[in-house]
Design a protein around this ligand. Structure first.
Ligand SMILES: Cc1cc2nc3c(=O)[nH]c(=O)nc-3n(C[C@H](O)[C@H](O)[C@H](O)COP(=O)(O)O)c2cc1C
Length: 181
């Protein structure tokens, strides 16, 4: 069984998570290809794959437009196939119900805009890469992080992803596709 992962990313963390997920899937016996939603080349073709996973991160309440456009263009294929979504954000790392509702609102809007209803959704906590942000992004991220009780010391970066949970999600999803209960 072959899996395709298509991602959108702004600072690269979602790309890293997708390559991590592909390694976990490969080790579990599911060969996996990873491709960006937009690369200047022709878009990834989902039809030859048995299962598809899309992944994107939230920036100011929205997922990357190329990934949203890809999901919208492919929504008929995605709705017909076993297809899952990984939503990467700091809201997923938050500790209060309003954080999780923010995450759920973004996912609901994504589903509405793309006409795609994923068979499974995983909310992954993202990263704070203070070292890569310009002055204004750093300020914005400090605000977003402070609101969610996350680190605001800007002299280092933070990877908040639970890699075990991500691995369990993707391998569980693929196993379920291969041998439905
Ligand atoms: C400018 C900016 C805006 C962001 N806005 C949000 C947001 O509205 N909600 C949220 O939960 N996380 C937000 N984040 C956190 C990102 O989702 C997180 O850093 C993620 O790991 C980025 O993934 P990427 O590197 O694949 O783009 C924001 C990050 C940046 C840099």
């Amino acid at each position: 069984m072959r899996v395709l992962i298509v991602y959108g990313t702004t600072e690269g963390h979602t790309r890293s998570l997708c390559h991590f997920a592909a390694r976990a899937l490969g080790e579990a016996g599911f060969p996996t290809a990873v491709q960006p939603a937009a690369s200047g080349r022709s878009p990834p073709v989902p039809t030859p794959y048995d299962a598809v996973i899309l992944a994107a991160s939230i920036h100011v309440g929205r997922y990357q437009p190329p990934l949203v456009a890809y999901a919208r263009e492919q929504h008929e294929v995605l709705n017909a196939k076993p297809a899952a979504f990984i939503s990467v954000s700091l809201s997923a790392a938050g500790i209060t119900p309003p954080d999780w509702e923010t995450c759920d609102d973004c996912i609901a809007r994504f589903e509405h805009e793309t006409l795609w209803t994923p068979k499974a959704v995983h909310k992954a906590a993202g990263a704070i890469r203070y070292s890569q942000y310009d002055f204004f992004k750093k300020l914005a991220l400090k605000f977003i992080a402070a609101e969610r009780g996350l680190p605001i010391v800007t002299s280092r970066d933070y990877d908040l992803t639970d890699y075990d949970a991500l691995s369990r999600f993707v391998t569980g999803f693929a196993s379920e596709v291969q041998a439905p209960r």
